[in-house]
Design a protein around this ligand. Structure first.
Ligand SMILES: [Cu+2]
Length: 174
């Protein structure tokens, strides 16, 4: 079996779950003892809760500030020369260009004619490379560069009606 990122994440999840279960079982076994009055544990409990809250708040703020530069939004500016291609979603189909250029910055101008749809774009290996919502009366610009040649698939990512599952289109990248 090939070790995909999904399997790695699943393995980490299983290990962390085992640690959590063992911790809870250990706490359950350690909790055997004489019953203590509420008033005796209330004040240290509140103190512990205060320390815990402040610690979590500090971790959250520091983590937010440290990860801020990695936010992708400032890299989203499109080269002025980007070609624009229209993509329209409707019940229950997509209108997409039959061919898109390989490894070229393009912008998909995505809209819908009836209700909200989702446009999910899958590369020839079946991996999702981009997705955006398609909304009636509004155009979402999706900048991207398609890196692999071959046949891409477009699937609807938002339940839009009785034949939602039939919404599928393909286009060629070369
Ligand atoms: Cu749909």
């Amino acid at each position: 079996m090939r070790l995909t990122p999904e399997l790695t994440i699943f393995g980490i999840f299983l290990m962390l779950s085992a640690v959590a279960i063992c911790t809870l079982v250990a706490i359950a076994f350690a909790a055997h003892g004489p019953v203590v009055a509420q008033t005796a544990v209330q004040s240290p409990g509140y103190r512990l809760r205060r320390v815990w809250f402040r610690g979590l708040a500090i971790i959250a703020v520091v983590g937010f500030l440290l990860s801020l530069p990695a936010f992708p939004y400032h890299t989203r500016s499109q080269p002025a020369s980007s070609q624009h291609h229209p993509v329209t979603a409707l019940q229950f189909a997509f209108v997409v260009p039959p061919v898109l250029p390989l490894d070229t910055p393009i912008v998909l101008d995505v809209t819908a004619t009836d209700v909200n749809h989702g446009v999910g774009i899958y590369d020839p290996d079946g991996r999702i490379v981009a997705q955006v919502q398609a909304m009636p009366g509004y155009t979402n610009s999706l900048p991207l560069a398609l890196k692999k040649p071959g046949q891409y698939t477009v699937l609807c990512m938002e339940y839009c009606g009785i034949a939602h599952h039939l919404m599928r289109a393909t286009f060629e990248v070369r």
